[in-house]
Design a protein around this ligand. Structure first.
Ligand SMILES: [Zn+2]
Length: 218
């Protein structure tokens, strides 16, 4: 579904199975964020086709973090498509991050990440994003902030009325609280989490942060 020009969200709606919301950003560097599970990826391809966008446009895949429900389908892409993930998350995938793939019966990543992201600017040519490192749900998770639209892609750090779980390998509740505090200081009009509903409007988003901070990190 097209949110505005060049920006598409494919929310995962089913409660029968877990999968991430996927985002496609068109433009000079067509970018797919969190492709999700391999066996569910056809829903993204179909959704994009309905919007008149071919999956073949994708040049860059960014995974907000290294959990199978966000990353597994990144393996499907071949030559000419760069896979990106946080630098710390790449290290994590070599170590305890592997456990989740075994536990969920997912295929762990075999192809190399061509781009390791760190805190700072992500230049997509006609669009500039800020990479914000947000450890807590996983050690090297990141969020993407688009200042021009006041839009935050928040991965599994913050959801509508919820935060990412910290009981998985590499989770850390204190770090998640610090990450949440940082994100809450941004000017955000569109919050697009890794799972569940989007949140629109500055007031609703501030309220969401406020509730979560007081509920989990008071
Ligand atoms: Zn996750």
């Amino acid at each position: 579904m097209r949110i505005f020009e060049d920006f598409y969200v494919y929310p995962w709606m089913s409660t029968q199975e877990n999968n991430a919301n996927t985002i496609f950003i068109d433009g000079q560097v067509p970018t797919l964020i969190d492709p999700g599970h391999t066996h569910l990826f056809r829903y993204v391809v179909e959704g994009m086709a309905r919007d008149g966008v071919s999956i073949d446009r994708v040049k860059l895949i960014i995974c907000t973090h290294g959990h199978p429900d966000h990353l597994e389908a990144a393996e499907q892409f071949d030559k000419g498509v760069v896979r990106a993930i946080g630098k710390k998350e790449c290290d994590y995938l070599e170590e305890e991050g592997k456990e989740l793939f075994l536990l969920t019966g997912s295929r762990s990543p075999r192809k190399a990440f061509g781009l390791l992201l760190k805190e700072g600017l992500l230049d997509l040519g006609d669009k500039q994003f800020a990479v914000i490192e947000t450890p807590g749900h996983s050690p090297g998770g990141l969020c993407l902030y688009w200042p021009e639209k006041a839009l935050l892609v928040s991965g599994d750090t913050v959801f509508y009325m919820g935060v990412g779980r910290t009981d998985l390998p590499g989770g850390d509740m204190d770090l998640l609280g610090q990450s949440l505090r940082r994100l809450s200081s941004l000017d955000v009009e569109f919050l697009i989490p890794g799972h569940g509903d989007m949140v629109k409007g500055r007031q609703s988003i501030s309220k969401n942060f406020e509730v979560l901070m007081s509920e989990f990190f008071a």
